[in-house]
Ligand binder design. Structure first.
Ligand code: ADP
Ligand code: PAZ
Length: 311
């Protein structure tokens, strides 16, 4: 059902899936296997019902953008080619990185084989050392925990056509920035920028008098949404999975949680969710949802129930 006053066209799962029929799409057996490697819980039905039509839609937008750039090149008499940036935002544990990795694989499998790079904004968090000095370890993921200036410089370099750009790396397992590790970006056609802050504005950033937003550089933005109770469950599950994987790895931040009882670890995870991630969602992430070009709303089991596309 479409509400005339809403800036979005609304599709339920069935309506969105039907769009796929208008443009037949197939994936090779090899491509399906490689997608399953991204996340073993990701269903292939979900990929073909939701993510394939989405990648098809993005393909249209991106082709259109590249055609416009070719027009500009003709007009200016120069070679004008700038990467297309797709932003993916949403709560901690909603599935941003899984969505980003699926889209990366699908976009790269088009016949044109565009070069797709993926960067997560976690890499632009201040290292734990700085968060500790500033006494904001309990604000990790909040606007003040990011080096926004560095992040803006990164996206600005990409959009200015700088050929070689590098981004710092964050590890969930180490629970910190990995010193000396970077992702190297070499003139991609498409950059997927994933993180809870990609739609945030200077109003909640830590750069005084800054008038530029990360989203100013984003061509198409996706907000992945779900009810808080589901997000809570997905966060706790992921925490317990990290804990289970950390029993034998003393370098993992979660190793500590593998040394205490499961119920104590669970109580700790509940507390972190409530006092940090849920609070951040309500104060800083959810208010950015209506700035997105597209909203994917998940239900039980990460199944996408509805899609809203900006008119
Ligand atoms: N489409 C999906 N189907 C099944 N499980 C998923 C899906 N997307 C994410 N998950 C699971 O949900 C949890 C959070 O996903 P993740 O991609 O790490 O979220 P985020 O990057 O938003 O923090 C992980 O345990 C992941 O395996
Ligand atoms: C590093 C993060 C801010 C990033 O979020 P994500 O990539 O999981 O969406 C988050 O995972 C986090 O560590 N939050 C702080 C509280 C905690 O969960 O430990």
């Amino acid at each position: 059902m479409n509400n005339h006053l809403s800036p979005y066209m609304q599709f339920n799962r069935k309506e969105w899936a039907a769009l796929r029929n208008a443009v037949p799409m197939t994936l090779s057996a090899e491509e399906l296997v490689s997608l399953q490697g991204i996340n073993e819980d990701l269903s292939i039905e979900e990929v073909s019902t939701i993510y394939l039509p989405l990648s098809r839609l993005l393909n249209y937008y991106i082709s259109n953008n590249f055609t416009q750039q070719a027009v500009l090149s003709k007009f200016l008499g120069t070679h004008h080619k700038v990467p297309y940036i797709i932003g993916i935002a949403g709560s901690v544990a909603v599935g941003k990185s899984t969505t980003a990795r699926v889209l990366k694989a699908l976009l790269a499998s088009w016949p044109e084989h565009p070069k797709v790079a993926l960067v997560t904004t976690d890499g632009f968090l201040h290292p734990n050392k700085v968060l500790e000095e500033r006494n904001i370890m309990n604000k990790k993921g909040f606007p003040q925990s990011y080096d926004v200036k560095k992040l803006l410089q990164f996206v600005s370099d990409i959009k200015s056509g700088v050929k070689h750009v590098s981004a710092p790396v964050y590890s969930h397992l180490v629970y910190d920035i990995v010193e000396g590790e970077t992702v190297e970006i070499e003139s991609p056609d498409i950059l997927i920028l994933e993180g809870l802050n990609v739609l945030q504005s200077p109003l909640n950033s830590n750069v005084a008098n800054n008038r530029v937003f990360v989203s100013d550089y984003v061509d198409f933005s996706i907000y992945v949404d779900a009810e808080i109770t589901l997000l809570h469950d997905w966060y706790i599950n992921r925490f317990l999975n990290f804990r289970a994987g950390a029993f034998s790895d003393p370098n993992s931040y979660f190793h500590h949680y593998s040394q205490i009882s499961e119920s104590d670890a669970l109580a700790r995870a509940e507390k972190i969710w409530k006092s940090i991630n849920e609070l951040n969602l309500i104060e800083n992430i959810l208010p950015t949802r209506e700035r997105a070009s597209l909203i994917l709303t998940k239900g039980f089991d990460h199944r996408i129930d509805s899609v809203q596309l900006r008119k």
